[in-house]
Design a protein around this ligand. Structure first.
Ligand code: ADP
Ligand SMILES: Cc1ncc(COP(=O)(O)OP(=O)(O)O)c(N)n1
Length: 302
């Protein structure tokens, strides 16, 4: 069956944990065909961002239009937009109705503390892009910056979701990966659905491997929208997916800083089960390159 198509408009992360790389892995894990328009190259790893090379806005547009003119894009996610010019160009596309089921993740600062958006672009996000979002997904820090407020409690987080909702997006999720003071043991995201506020709750996983959680949440939301979920279902699926991916990568040792998630955790668990069922008994290992005692032609269908 032909898969649904999603588009990510985001930055490249050389370490593979966040940005376009995280988005494409998420789309693939969720059975969605992923396309991309790269807004910036970043030289980064699990410890921080060393350099940023933004793509000219007209070339970002050229990538988006090449994809939209040819492929049936059902949902779009934006991540790191880097410059005022790129935010403006993407907002113009959204205003023209070119970006269906738009998930806007207002990537401003990485968890390593590095700026990923020109500060002058922050107001433009609010005025030009936010009103076109089907789902808007700031983290606590981004919500604070956009609203010029301080979020200390779950009550503040709920208030921020409502206040951002009043600015035009259909649904807002104020993500709680960086916990507020009065929530312990859980990662609580607050959703404003256009009418009411509710919470997405999951247990807080004790790990340093949290590089790319926000990108993964937003692209999983876009993938779910592309497959026909409504926004309420999509953010619930995304919460489940990101929790599974953090759990799967929690014990990985990749890099010296904040390591990545396992976007294929679910598949890995299932294929490990299949290997256990079909594979050699414990303690034995299959020889690399195949079992020399097996004639491979005997494995082919007649
Ligand atoms: N340690 C954790 N345990 C469980 N869920 C987490 C953890 N850290 C982040 N999350 C979840 O990951 C998603 C992204 O949130 P967050 O980390 O706040 O975004 P960002 O990466 O943009 O800062 C949210 O659903 C949040 O609840
Ligand atoms: C190229 C690029 N895009 C986005 C981010 C930030 O990723 P995000 O998932 O929002 O959050 P953290 O990884 O900082 O927790 C990035 N680092 N690089």
């Amino acid at each position: 069956m032909t898969p649904p198509v999603a588009l990510t408009i985001a930055g490249s992360d050389s370490s593979g944990g966040a940005g376009v790389q995280a988005d494409l892995k998420t789309f693939a894990a969720l059975g969605v065909y992923g396309t991309s328009a790269v807004t910036a190259l970043t030289a980064q790893n699990t410890q921080g961002v060393r350099a940023i090379h933004p793509v000219p806005a007209d070339f970002v547009l050229a990538q988006v239009e090449a994809v939209l003119d040819d492929l049936p894009v059902a949902a779009v996610k934006t991540g790191m937009l880097a410059t005022v010019e790129i935010v403006r160009a993407v907002a113009n596309l959204a205003a023209g109705g070119r970006l269906p089921e738009l998930v806007v993740d207002p990537v401003m600062v990485s968890s390593s503390g590095d700026r990923l958006l020109e500060p002058q672009a922050e107001r433009l996000y609010l005025a030009a892009l936010l009103p076109h979002a089907a789902v808007f997904t700031p983290n606590l820090r981004e919500a604070e910056v956009l609203l010029n407020t301080v979020i200390r409690t779950l009550g503040d987080q709920r208030e921020a979701a409502r206040a951002l909702g009043a600015l035009g997006p259909a649904t807002v999720v104020v993500k709680g990966g960086h916990a507020v003071a009065d929530v312990a043991g859980e990662a609580v995201d607050v959703v404003w659905d256009g009418d009411r506020v509710h919470e997405l709750r999951g247990h807080r996983i004790d790990t340093r491997n949290n590089h790319g959680t926000g990108c993964t949440f937003a692209s999983a939301t876009a993938a779910a929208l592309a497959t026909g979920s409504d926004a309420h279902q999509a953010v619930g699926h995304a919460k489940d997916f990101v929790t599974g991916a953090i759990t799967g990568g929690a014990a990985w040792r990749l890099g010296r800083g904040h390591g990545p998630l396992d976007h294929f955790a679910d598949r890995r668990t299932r294929s490990a089960g299949v290997l256990r069922l079909n594979g050699p008994t414990s303690g034995q290992r299959r020889p690399v390159g195949g079992d020399p005692n097996v004639d491979p032609t005997q494995l082919l269908p007649p």
